[in-house]
Design a protein around this ligand. Structure first.
Ligand SMILES: [Zn+2]
Length: 78
């Protein structure tokens, strides 16, 4: 059951990634911090409708990073 997602962003570089599990986002923050010494932040978002997430995964925002057909959320588009 996925009711939340999280986006990790870094103010020191261009890093930005979305996760559908908070644990994954947290791990990414720690990994980025360990790899680069940056201090990224993560923002938790409630996903009210599956269509919103499916749209993001389909890349409607136009950013290549959002085109993620391998995402587990992509399959929820039914
Ligand atoms: Zn960074």
């Amino acid at each position: 059951m996925t009711g939340q997602s999280a986006t990790v962003t870094c103010g020191a570089c261009e890093y930005e990634e979305s996760f559908d599990r908070l644990g994954d986002a947290r791990a990414a923050v720690q990994a980025h911090r360990a790899e680069t010494g940056h201090d990224p932040t993560w923002e938790i978002q409630s996903v009210a409708a599956g269509v919103e997430t499916a749209g993001a995964d389909a890349g409607v925002c136009g950013r290549p990073a959002c085109t993620n057909e391998d995402s587990p959320l992509y399959r929820d588009d039914c």
